[in-house]
Design a protein around this ligand. Structure first.
Ligand SMILES: *Cc1c(COP(=O)(O)O)cnc(C)c1O
Length: 373
């Protein structure tokens, strides 16, 4: 028996015991056919989750945390002499900007307020004025604030101006239903510790084969983190180029089986139910969210610190942690907040239990309830 912990942080998420136990396997060399079958099943599942036709789309895996996919997508898919347009309304898009800087890629950092949807007309103007934009980069779900960006509309704009849409779907993939083609996404990405509820160490990009094939002719800016090289190796050999995260792949296979058993719609409904319980619990205590529900994904609640001299996030965190619940600080500059996420293998009853503990933490800290602003 493994003690069950409720993780309300933005990944890694709570996993099922069957996923945890799937890592415990006899030692195996990843070049064996038996292991290549594991890779193939994971690959098919990853494509299936976003309804991608395997003849048109490929799932390319990397050993690393989610950021590796942002790195790979940006450094590998930009033709020489062309630009990236980053739609920047949050901390994760800002990370995309940093990646462009580190690779010296030409880019436009199109900034919008972090608590609002981006202005589509402004994006269109940028595309119109800069015909050399080859890639439009957007974070589907900004995990820092919980804001859901309109990828489908932005993808349509990108395509109208002959650019590809790269969507960082790390914190929406396998939670919020995505149809890669209908949503106008050319490349999306995620990491096993988030939506599929697997374990850390495995990340993946899902995108158009034709565009990956074309990218063979683009400048190679990284030896290890290159999309075409990994794609071609997987296509030709059925395995990852360098040592894969073996146990993470066994766990991912199990997690994906459980994903399809639960079903896309049921899983999404469960995440929404969890978020509903989070909102209700917060409201009862008087807490305020940073952005309105109408622009939220339904997966992350970014909650403003109350104005109370006894509020001490670290203390509250520690009290909850000791009782099996993990809460997480905010990720917005100049605004003090914390986050509760509806990821992972949890349900509304876990949230009800959490709020009993959380209220206990507030009471012990002598924070006034309902909290004040
Ligand atoms: C979690 C996350 C990532 C990846 O973060 P890692 O710490 O590298 O796993 C990237 N983008 C978004 C939107 C995320 O939520």
């Amino acid at each position: 028996m493994i003690t069950r912990k409720i993780l309300l942080n933005p990944g890694p998420a709570t996993t099922t015991d069957t996923v945890k136990m799937a890592q415990v396997v006899p030692d195996i060399c990843p070049r064996e056919k038996e292991f290549i079958d594991v890779i193939r099943e994971v690959e098919e599942g990853l494509l299936g989750i976003v309804h991608a036709d395997p003849t048109e789309y490929a799932a390319v895996m990397f050993c690393g945390s989610g950021t590796i996919c942002m790195d790979v997508a940006l450094n590998s898919l930009l033709p020489d002499g062309r630009k990236v347009l980053i739609i920047n309304n949050g901390a994760y898009s800002r990370r995309g900007v940093e990646i462009c800087k580190f690779y010296h890629l030409p880019y436009i950092n199109l900034e919008f307020p972090v608590n609002k949807l981006p202005d589509l007309q402004r994006i269109e103007r940028e595309l119109e004025e800069n015909p050399d934009i080859a890639l439009v980069y957007i974070t589907h779900h900004e995990t820092g604030t919980g804001l859901l960006n309109p990828v489908q509309e932005i993808g349509e704009l990108a395509h109208r101006y002959h650019a590809l849409l790269i969507a960082d779907t790390t914190s929406s993939y396998a939670m919020l239903p995505i149809n890669i083609k209908e949503n106008n996404i050319d490349f999306c990405m995620a990491s096993a510790q988030k939506g599929i509820m697997g374990i850390t160490g495995l990340s993946y990009l899902i995108g158009r084969r034709e565009e990956i094939e074309k990218s063979a002719a683009y400048p190679t800016r990284s030896y290890y983190c290159n999309l075409y090289r990994q794609y071609a190796y997987m296509r030709d050999h059925g395995e990852m180029h360098f040592t894969p995260p073996v146990q993470a792949l066994y766990a991912a296979r199990q997690a994906i089986r459980e994903y399809f058993e639960e079903g896309e719609q049921n899983k999404w409904k469960r995440h929404l139910r969890v978020m509903e319980a989070i909102s209700t619990g917060l409201q009862k205590l008087g807490f305020q969210m940073y952005i309105p529900r109408t622009i939220q994904s339904g997966l992350v609640a970014a909650v403003l610190y109350p104005e109370d001299e006894n509020w001490d996030f670290e203390k509250i965190h520690d009290y909850c942690y000791e009782r099996g619940f993990t809460i997480y600080p905010g990720k917005v500059e100049q605004k003090q907040m914390f986050r509760l996420c509806a990821f992972g293998a949890i349900d509304e009853t876990d949230i009800e239990k959490f709020f009993k503990v959380f209220e206990g933490a507030l009471t012990i800290s002598k924070v006034q309830i309902p909290v004040r602003y």
